[in-house]
Design a protein around this ligand. Structure first.
Ligand SMILES: [Zn+2]
Length: 173
């Protein structure tokens, strides 16, 4: 009979472990991270929206900035910019920012790191090395200050210097 068949199915289902509810499978996100949507797929495809763990310092819009593969998703923080006015390629760091390639298997082993852009060549450092870079920059800045302070006082008519000062301070020239 039909009723019996259904009863048999129900009793068979009792042997199946109860499935987790949506609430219990909600992923636990580490402190300092949040789940954000990311668009993955070739630009010719509609793409797939997946949710990825993204550090709170990340400023990337992972939907607008789509990745072809999930492994390509990387996280990047707001850059600290060194605004040295120069018409020549810089030989000192011009930008430093936090970054994270979760799928990376290189030196950083998929951990967040400090990216330092030196003349368009980006170096990445873990915490200890990044602190050493910061110490070097602080020492460099101190030396530049010492040299600057050894200069004679500006003459009132040095308009070129004023212009450079305004540029360094990021003011409109
Ligand atoms: Zn991110």
């Amino acid at each position: 009979m039909t009723t019996n068949a259904i009863s048999q199915h129900i009793s068979a289902l009792k042997g199946v472990p109860s499935q987790p509810t949506a609430a219990s499978v909600r992923p636990v996100v580490k402190p300092g991270y949040r789940l954000v949507p990311a668009l993955v797929g070739r630009s010719t495809d509609p793409g797939t929206v997946v949710y990825v763990e993204c550090p709170v310092w990340c400023t990337v819009d992972h939907v607008a900035d789509r990745s072809v593969f999930l492994e390509d998703i990387n996280h990047q923080g707001a850059p600290e910019v060194l605004a040295l006015p120069s018409d020549h390629p810089a030989r000192v760091p011009v930008e430093a920012y936090l970054s994270w390639w979760p799928a990376s298997h290189d030196d950083t082993a998929g951990e967040p790191c400090l990216s330092v852009d030196i003349d368009s060549e980006v170096m990445v450092y873990g915490r200890t090395a990044a602190l050493a870079v910061a110490d070097q920059l602080a020492a460099f800045a101190e030396n530049v200050r010492r040299l600057a302070e050894s200069l004679p006082a500006d003459k009132p008519s040095r308009s070129q210097a004023d212009e450079a000062l305004r540029r360094v301070r990021g003011e409109a020239v």
